[in-house]
Design a protein around this ligand. Structure first.
Ligand SMILES: [Zn+2]
Length: 77
């Protein structure tokens, strides 16, 4: 990945995802569903930020044309 902003947004997304999975785990979720919901909102925001950036990012668009893959979406499936 050649774009530093894509890289940063990916890192934020991965961190948000890890925090959400942690918050969703049984023990934590029982303590605070509100925190789990907030982590989920953070995760959705991180996905949205990355998608918004990649819609305009020349590196992401080029990678899509060359490799035919959307980096984070293909990994989630
Ligand atoms: Zn980018």
């Amino acid at each position: 990945m050649n774009c530093s902003e894509c890289r940063d947004l990916h890192l934020i997304l991965e961190r948000s995802n890890a925090r959400f999975l942690e918050a969703r785990s049984a023990q934590f979720f029982r303590i605070s569903t509100r925190i789990a919901v907030r982590k989920h909102i953070d995760l959705l925001r991180a996905v949205n930020d990355l998608q918004e950036h990649q819609a305009d990012c020349p590196w992401a668009i080029a990678a899509l044309h060359i490799g035919g893959r959307v980096t984070h979406e293909s990994r989630q499936q």
